[in-house]
Design a protein around this ligand. Structure first.
Ligand code: BGC
Length: 909
């Protein structure tokens, strides 16, 4: 061999061996190192890190042990080398998992070039309590006569106990009917807020598990809990009623100690606990805020030696243990802090702090003054036309914090069982001069991992994206709510359905929706109908099912399957999905038209009146909407049956879909592609749900476009039509009109609220009118995520990141540009189950640069718009030389690629 060839080969070998293949980001049941799960065979996911293009996993090996050294005796499962490219949600198939046990796991992989990774870092999961009989603690109720009254003081409960041997580890399993905060030896346990969260309590009550090894000690200990009303028995729902689930607060707490000698001890709630209602939390309610009298604080109540003689014994109460479940969702936590941007007096003289952002959480107050001084904070989303503090749109929700000082130097206060939706805070009774450092905005929400970003050259669109994110932050507080401020804050099914795809781009919502979808199933009526809100706290005043709302039962699990590849989500939800379609089927019968099925119609569609525009309203016939959704849900059920291999169901629902479609066409569609209910939403639903004969699609699309043009590029859609509007346009050759709508700045449009200074998404297109007066105060939230569903189009069409195969195992990168330079660049990223996907484009002087990242263990189809394959350079080289797959589809170059980073450059056609 010639020396230089030899050296070259040595060099190449060196380069190859330096290439990395690693396993990273291990997760279990969509969580990182979860403690207290009750899924007996958890599913394990990992990502590959590789600096080589086209990396695909060829095989993997998982090992699971009860000891971190993975010693032979501790091994409970070794998968062996499994030939598979699957790297997400692989089911644990080892020895039966046991309550309270921690399982350590690692994975290693081989790629298709037979390169082997090292074992990954060690991750773990820990089981919760798997059997009802393993609960040794008893349910206790503070049991004071006054604690069943409306907005009564929160109760304190406590117990001292002795641990007489050196401790190896300690866990606490805790839940409540009501809300609780747990304390051990003077320290708060965990960082979770509003626990145990909101579920359909009668059938599903979550418990939380905390590792408290560091908080307990050999010798004497004290445990205490503060228990408040919460969703369980506080004011909730439309009629401002309380005691919805029950009138008696109760606590269940089981502390499990493992001593170093291997023996165990359990300290649980029982009749020896003592309680008082003489607590500083005089009342605390979700809508109404909190009254806190710091003079009533019981110093040392949660440490050893406190004199609780005057406290009374708790009562034992009977509750089942069989509805107890591990926490599947994502805990609510303090996520960020913000400072007021200014403090000022309104024209009416109110002292107001502006937080600069419509936020959800509360104010952390710092104050010094004499004992008995009362500081009141009121919260509002917006100032009125004259600049005065405005609370009429909160309806009966008081959102009021009253803090009574104890007079002991600087006092810091945060409320306990409540949260507020606000940008402005009115301050009354503050002793001395208030400064920004006295007020900190504590932003709370379900602690979902941010996974997506979107940015483009239009600053207003970027603010829109900001507003969408903040709408998600404020309304993903354990359940997906419509709004976070007025006396509502409910899990409206329609809103969740329209927004879930966008939500899944911005943040990891897999666990969040896993929990909530099970509540959808739990609260589903026995006839298969789906309540308006989940958990269903409206059933006493507003029982029913509405098209577009109930369809959450299908649309959300199906969407989550697409973005997270979670097939089990479909398996678990399948009975609920099918029951819902069968419910509609029973209503529509042979007619195939779901008459009376739409209660809310295309909620909040455009109605003229606030401006001088002559355009007609955007009304869509309700039975038309109901029938369209009937068809769509039937289609999704058929698709799901296919995915799950339920062949009989698949063919049955395929047939049903065809029947509905045929009737739909007969009933509503003219041979010229015009729709009987002549609205934008009507066209949008028919096109989106594939209800039209192929030859009528272009005509129907044209009617839609004509309508938009006749409204001078304005939309007229409501909750149901809006999310799909731009998709229908871009799917049918009218991306340009989609951009007209996205970039429209005047009402009604997405950017109109942005121009009016919005920092979140509004409930109504015209929440604040151009003259700064308000829409109907009875329903005018300034933080409602539904119209934020346009985010989905920004990610999928503007930046062009689309699912090819569920979970993004195959990715489509297919940005659609405006025909001019209205946008000069756009870029988005999504940290998918396989890793970071990126797509960005920039146009300059007729030249387009497209930058793409495809994660390891996936493949992608890239569509480069307005190109000539022969003009394209990939990382500086002619594309056609580098990639043999390049094909033309009209003016788009289509190529197949594997993982890696790609930069394409070409002159725009
Ligand atoms: C809620 C909505 C919900 C609607 C049903 C409203 O009060 O805020 O977002 O979907 O009712 O029509």
């Amino acid at each position: 061999m010639k020396p230089f060839i030899y050296l070259f080969l040595v060099f190449i070998a060196g380069v190859l061996s330096a290439q990395t293949l690693q396993v990273k980001d291990l997760s279990c049941e969509h969580k990182v190192n979860p403690v207290g799960i009750d899924v007996r065979q958890p599913r394990l996911s990992w990502k590959l890190n590789s600096d080589t293009r086209n990396t695909i996993q060829d095989s993997y090996e998982i090992r699971v042990a009860t000891k971190q050294d993975f010693s032979a005796q501790s091994l409970v499962w070794s998968s062996g080398k499994v030939k598979s490219s699957e790297s997400i949600l692989q089911i644990y198939k080892g020895k039966a998992t046991e309550s309270g046990k921690r399982y350590y796991w690692q994975v290693r992989v081989w790629d298709t070039n037979n390169k082997e990774s090292a074992w990954s870092e060690t991750a773990f999961w820990e089981m919760g309590i798997l059997l009802p009989t393993e609960w040794k603690a008893k349910w206790i109720a503070p049991g004071m006569p006054g604690d069943t009254l409306k907005a009564s003081p929160a109760s304190l409960a406590r117990k001292e106990f002795t641990l007489n041997k050196p401790i190896a580890s300690a866990r606490v399993y805790v839940t409540a009917y009501g809300m609780y905060e747990l304390y051990l030896n003077g320290q708060r346990v965990g960082q979770d807020l509003l626990t145990p969260g909101w579920t359909s309590y009668n059938s599903r009550l979550q418990y939380q598990v905390y590792d408290v090894t560091e908080q307990v000690r050999q010798g004497k200990n004290a445990v205490g809990a503060l228990i408040g009303d919460g969703w369980y028995r506080g004011t909730i729902g439309f009629d401002n009623s309380w005691n919805f689930y029950g009138n008696q607060l109760a606590l269940l707490c089981q502390l499990q100690i493992r001593y170093q000698d291997g023996s165990q001890a359990i300290v649980g709630t029982d009749e020896t606990w003592k309680s008082t209602q003489d607590s500083p939390v005089r009342s605390s309610e979700i809508y109404n805020g909190e009254v806190y009298d710091a003079r009533m604080e019981k110093k040392g109540w949660d440490v050893v030696g406190f004199n609780d003689k005057s406290w009374h014994k708790v009562r034992l109460v009977t509750h089942t243990f069989s509805n107890l479940i591990g926490s599947a969702g994502v805990p609510v936590r303090k996520i960020q802090e913000i400072k007021p941007t200014k403090i000022f007096r309104t024209p009416e003289g109110t002292l107001v702090a502006d937080m600069g952002q419509n936020m959800v959480g509360w104010i952390k107050l710092k104050v010094s003054g004499s004992a008995g001084t009362k500081v009141v904070l009121r919260h509002s989303e917006i100032l009125d036309k004259k600049g005065n503090f405005y609370t009429a749109n909160l309806r009966q929700a008081k959102q009021r914090i009253e803090y009574i000082l104890k007079g002991e130097g600087e006092e810091t206060f945060e409320p306990h069982f409540t949260f507020q939706g606000f940008r402005f805070v009115a301050i009354e009774g503050f002793p001395g001069e208030i400064k920004p450092e006295n007020l900190t905005g504590i932003v709370i929400h379900s602690d979902m991992k941010p996974i997506g970003t979107f940015e483009c050259s239009n600053a207003l669109v970027n603010q829109l994206q900001h507003n969408i994110r903040w709408g998600q932050k404020g309304n993903f507080v354990d359940v997906p709510t419509d709004c976070p401020q007025r006396d509502e804050r409910l899990g409206w099914t329609g809103d969740a359905q329209v927004f879930c795809r966008t939500a899944g781009f911005n943040m990891d919502v897999a666990a969040f929706f896993t929990k909530w979808m099970r509540d959808v199933a739990a609260d589903q009526y026995s006839d298969g109908g789906v309540p308006f809100v989940i958990p269903d706290v409206l059933k006493k005043v507003m029982k029913g099912t509405s098209a577009g709302w109930g369809d959450v039962a299908l649309i959300t699990p199906y969407t989550l399957y697409q973005i997270y590849g979670d097939k089990q989500m479909l398996e678990v939800q399948y009975p609920s999905m099918k029951a819902y379609v069968e419910y509609i089927h029973s209503k529509a019968g042979k007619s195939n038209i779901w008459r009376g099925g739409s209660v809310f119609g295309d909620w909040l569609f455009y109605r003229p009146g606030i401006n001088s525009h002559p355009e007609p309203d955007g009304y869509t016939n309700n039975d038309y909407i109901a029938t369209a959704f009937y068809a769509y849900s039937t289609h999704l059920l058929k698709e799901t049956a296919h995915i799950l291999g339920k062949q009989e169901d698949e063919s049955q629902y395929a047939k049903l879909f065809e029947q509905i479609r045929e009737t739909f066409i007969k009933e509503y569609v003219t041979p010229a592609g015009r729709i009987a209910s002549d609205s934008q939403t009507a066209y949008v639903l028919a096109l989106m749900f594939n209800l039209l004969p192929a030859d009528l699609k272009p005509m129907a699309t044209q009617h839609l476009v004509d309508d938009i043009k006749s409204r001078r590029n304005h939309l007229s859609t409501g909750f149901l039509g809006t999310p799909y509007l731009c998709h229908v346009l871009s799917d049918n050759g009218h991306t340009e009109v989609g951009y007209d709508l996205l970039l429209q700045e005047s009402y009604p449009s997405w950017l109109y609220p942005v121009k009016m200074g919005a920092t979140t998404i509004w409930e109504r297109w015209d929440g604040m009118k151009p003259d700064s007066t308000f829409q109907d105060e009875g329903m005018n939230s300034f933080n409602h995520y539904a119209y934020g569903a346009i985010g989905d189009w920004m990610y999928r069409v503007v930046a062009g990141i689309e699912v090819g195969k569920p979970g993004y195992k195959h990715i489509l990168i297919q940005p659609q540009l405006p025909s001019d330079d209205r946008l000069t660049y756009a870029k988005a990223s999504v940290n998918s189950p396989y890793g970071e996907i990126m797509s960005g484009w920039e146009q300059k002087n007729g030249q387009l640069k497209v930058t793409i990242t495809i994660p390891a263990n996936t493949t992608a189809t890239i569509r480069l718009p307005r190109s000539n394959a022969s003009d394209i350079k990939e990382n500086g080289q002619a594309l056609t030389a580098a990639n043999k797959s390049a094909k033309m589809d009209k003016d788009t170059t289509v190529i197949e690629v594997g993982s890696g980073q790609y930069i394409f450059d070409y002159p725009l056609k």
